[in-house]
Write a protein of this length. Structure first.
Length: 251
């Protein structure tokens, strides 16, 4: 029999039953159990873990547990560079390309609004999401912890909030996104880069009251939608403003 002591830190405690949160606890493990197997058996998706210490030493998910091991499990570090310590994956979770599951369409739209490449299709099933994430190096966004336990998924975030406005705020805080935001640079529908077009070209596709009221227009070559700085744009800008660092350019 192998018995190890576990301690989970910060938001990882949200995945544990109340009696195991914010404290050390002993757990009986299978004789050939790896750290990854036990962490997920205890309810924490491996994608939520960035640093794993066994007896004070940084290890990877493949580390076999031995009797008496003390395991400390840490979530993502937003403001500390821990690359020299990292063993659970080759790079920290900082690749800012996302794929959102079928229940996070509102969040996907807000992330695109902020300029983050975010794939979303409510027809994607879990295996397809995992395959796309692995192939394209995307961070999976979901409220389904079982999806995050899939072997193919290396980078992922469990979204705790229920409403899109709170979800995007949560991700900005957890992943320190403000400095990487590029608002209104992607199509909200296609997720492709927008390009500026001149007034004359834009006016060919708009009612005169719109075409002559605004001077700046952006165009999506895929869905052929036009965007301009009208009332809707100002409303979206108001949603993003609290998320961005003071002084960041809102393009």
């Amino acid at each position: 029999m192998v018995r190890a002591t576990f301690r989970f830190y910060e938001e990882l405690n949200d995945f544990l039953p109340a009696e195991r949160r914010h404290r050390e606890f002993d757990c009986v493990c299978a004789r050939a159990a790896t750290t990854k197997h036990m962490i997920e058996t205890l309810g924490v998706p491996h994608t939520e873990v960035e640093l794993l210490l066994v007896n004070g030493e940084s290890v990877g998910f493949e580390r076999l547990l031995a009797d008496g091991d003390r395991v400390a499990v840490y979530p993502k570090f937003e403001r500390l560079d821990i690359r020299s310590l990292l063993k659970v994956r080759e790079q920290p979770l900082r690749a800012l390309r996302f794929i959102a599951d079928a229940h996070l369409g509102g969040l996907a739209r807000l992330l695109r609004m902020a300029g983050f490449d975010t794939l979303y299709d409510n027809a994607f099933d879990d295996p397809e999401i995992a395959e796309i994430a692995a192939r394209e190096g995307r961070i999976v966004l979901t409220r389904d912890r079982e999806l995050l336990k899939r072997r193919l998924i290396d980078h992922g975030c469990y979204v705790r909030a229920h409403k899109p406005a709170l979800q995007v705020r949560e991700l900005f805080q957890r992943l320190d996104l403000a400095g990487s935001a590029c608002p209104f640079s992607l199509c909200l529908h296609c997720n492709l880069p927008l390009r500026p077009i001149d007034q004359e070209e834009a006016r060919e596709h708009l009612p005169s009251r719109i075409g002559y009221s605004y001077s700046r227009f952006m165009y999506c070559d895929k869905c052929r939608r036009l965007f301009w700085e009208g009332t809707h744009w100002r409303s979206m800008r108001a949603v993003l403003a609290p998320l961005l660092e003071p002084g960041i350019e809102q393009r």
